[in-house]
Ligand binder design. Structure first.
Ligand code: 3PG
Length: 377
């Protein structure tokens, strides 16, 4: 897939660039806990500043109107000087945005403060478009949505992708080439988003390991006790998948219950227990598979990561950091685990996308990509 890249454009001096990024980053006590998505767009901002463009950064954060980009703005401020515009519709906001000088940067408050963003409203997109000459999508992570700023807005202005976006698509697309042995590791929850992927990659990959909360649904379908564990609604559509020899489930799990935190074989979980992580035998199995693999695709933690059940996820991240195989990794907790084991190896591509990466892997494109490339055709 060839994407029009903003870095190929000459004469950006004085141009007003609407740069859509994804600063939907985790915040705790008003502080950004993981700035991966912010760090990744710094080179794009530096390029645009150097080119003399006037940059207006657009982003969403969270799903509530009250969620604010203020902490993200503070984090960004450590690297890029900018003004924060609370209300771009107000007279004050309009004046700030229209008086930006060459090389200056503004960050607009959470677009989801306005109903028009989520509903994909064309009038809302039009009001955003009035501030820019060129639209740049550098928000791969939200490009599976049809939100106004990624789907309607690019249709109203000359539209390009940022270098990070182009890099994401190039690297994730490696997953479409079959290099064997090919290992897919899927964890986390949200079965409905991952089911199409399991189905598709049972054809593409040699092994599909399903762990974390996702596996609980399969355990239940097999008739195993899962106690009070997180579980999605099982559907009959999933049953045939269990017969596929390429599908591998955890061999053992870590549970919490009246006997405390213990390791159990998958069949021995009791009614009063809750599965919270994959166990040591499963980790050994995965380490072996990772060692042998030529390509590894990984999305989703293998346990309740944010609750401190991160053992299996961190072990897999470590095993991955020791391989020479190409790997593509995505999803918030998965990326956090890779960063924690300090893997900066070139053979591992870390995507800023979670749901967007999954959708791109299942469909080979995303609505916000189509919004730009259909226009160019
Ligand atoms: C993400 O974090 O996956 C993106 O920012 C999209 O967020 P959303 O799921 O709230 O649309």
């Amino acid at each position: 897939m060839k994407l029009p890249n903003i870095t190929k454009l000459k004469k950006l001096k004085g141009k007003r660039i609407l740069l859509r990024v994804d600063f939907n980053v985790p915040i705790k006590d008003d502080v950004v806990v993981d700035d991966f998505r912010i760090r990744k767009v710094i080179p794009t901002l530096e390029f645009l500043k150097k080119s003399g463009a006037r940059i207006i950064i657009l982003s969403h954060i969270g799903r509530e109107k009250t969620d604010t980009l203020l902490s993200a703005s503070q984090k960004l401020g450590e690297k890029i000087k900018h003004v924060f515009v609370q209300d771009f519709m107000s007279e004050e906001g309009k004046t700030t945005l229209s008086s930006l000088k060459d090389g200056e940067v503004a960050l607009v408050e959470n677009l989801r403060k306005w109903d028009g963003e989520k509903s994909g409203d064309k009038a809302f997109a039009k009001s955003l478009a009035s501030f820019g000459d060129i639209f740049v999508n550098e928000a791969f992570a939200v490009s599976h949505r049809k939100d106004a700023s990624v789907f309607a807005l690019p249709k109203l202005l000359p539209a390009y992708f940022g270098p990070l976006f182009v890099d994401e698509v190039e690297n994730i697309s490696i997953a479409f080439k079959k290099s064997h042995p090919y290992l897919l590791i899927l964890g986390g929850a949200k079965f409905e988003t991952k089911l199409p992927l399991i189905k598709k990659y049972l054809d593409v990959a040699d092994t599909v390991f399903v762990g974390g909360a996702l596996a609980n649904t399969f355990f239940k379908l097999q008739g195993c006790e899962i106690g009070a564990s997180v579980c999605d609604v099982e559907t009959n559509k999933m049953k045939p998948l269990l017969k596929n020899k390429k599908l591998i489930l955890p061999l053992d799990v870590i549970v919490e219950g009246p006997s405390g935190r213990i390791v159990r074989s998958q069949e021995a979980v009791e009614k009063t227990e809750k599965i919270l992580d994959d166990g040591p035998e499963t980790v050994l199995l995965l380490e072996g598979l990772i060692k042998k693999a030529k390509f590894i695709l990984w999305n989703g933690p293998l346990g309740y990561y944010e609750g401190g059940y991160d053992g299996a996820t961190l072990s897999v991240a470590k095993a991955l950091s020791q391989t020479t195989a190409n790997a593509v990794v995505g999803g918030g907790d998965t990326v956090a685990a890779i960063e924690k084991v300090k893997s900066n190896k070139k053979n591992i591509f870390i995507s800023t996308g979670g749901g967007a990466m999954l959708d791109f892997l299942s469909k080979g494109t995303l609505p916000a990509i189509e919004a730009i490339i259909k226009k160019k055709k």
